[in-house]
Design a protein around this ligand. Sequence first.
Ligand SMILES: [Zn+2]
Length: 453
Amino acid sequence: MRRLAVSLAGLATVAIAVSGFAPGPSAAAPQIDPPQFDPPRTDSAPSYYSLKLPAGLTVADLVRDGYDISHGHGSRPTLVATTVEADRLRDRGVILGKTGNVYQPVIRSATAGTTYYGGYHTAAGHEQHNAAVTAAHPDLVRLYDIGDSWKKTNGQGQGGHDIQALCITKLTTGDCALNSTGKKPKFVLHAQIHARELSTGELAYRWIDLLVSSYGKDAAITQLMDTRELWVVPMANPDGVDVVASVPSRPILQRKNLNNSAGGCPAADAGVDLNRNSNFQWDPQEGGPCDETYPGTKSVSEPETIAIQGLLDKLYRDTKGGVGEPAAANTTGVFLSLHSYGNDILAPYGYTNTAAPNKAALVALGKKMGGFNGYPVSTGDGGVGYFAPGATDDWLYGTRGVPSYTFEVGGGSGSCGGFFPAYSCMDSTFWPKNKGAFLYAAKAAATPYGTLP
Ligand SMILES: [Zn+2]
């Protein structure tokens, strides 16, 4: 999701801090134990609900009041709430229908430490994988440390991570040199900037494996690796992934990075939304320090944003003028930022309903990718019901002209819906649906505004 209000789920203390909640005896939240390994389910575990609002109350009102509500394309809004929060909404006249559980039954993985929640990879799991494929395929993979996470920068040596990027191609002289002048067009896949969007990092993991295992075996992928630089950032927010994975069978709903320097928030609500922190249309109105869409004290305030913008700035030349001017017809490259959920492809601009100057071409390419995963394409707040100023994809298109998209992976309900789909959904739906879209995007990177493949 690109716009979510304060995550209330899982931590009862949060509700008291959110505007719109009146603390008092009747609002006293039940005591929740601090996170621990495999805690028992409590009666305030979050669930998904459909909403029917009374006259005079809108979804936007509830989002401003701190509720975690999302829209899938063409579908009704979905609420993530604990039983306490659901009761408060019922008191306001909202009719709620429970549509599913946030948590799915988990089959414990045999590789504790590198996986959690049935098989999703931890930050350490991704880092081991990145190192392993780089070591195993020196002719195909270059691994880069593109910067530090907030905790590594500010944590006085207490944890944190390098942000890692892989360049995958059949390496020849001048390839993967972190510049915009190489001869191979560049496709960048960017995942888990919102840490709780579990399926996204896993899709990046599988994409890496598909590429390195297919060279010389699959003719189409071999050809792609001979002619493209395929960049992958599997975890744009690794500190957040550490929090999400800290309770292996019941992941934490951590969206933002771990920057708590603004103060005044419960620990669970602190952090900056890295997908609101770019310096294209950055908007301080997006939220305060405790909100899930807090854009930071200024644009590019976060080390993770510096790392990602720094990488993309090196990889892509600027072929575009101002906000209203189109990219040059010979622009190369495609960028995908993976998010969940909603089964959507979002094309620029996401900060406004004013059409991007290349809108027709951006939508045309989006529809081609949608032919593989079945997701419809929308722009502005169409389909999702919110704007996303300061997002990564708008920044790259808006400032460089590179076709850039958000994929919202998965639906809003069922065992494969929401933030925490069962791991089996990777095999049953997410990977088979999106693999073709990624391959297509890579192919299209040569002439994204020209004749599409
Ligand atoms: Zn997201």
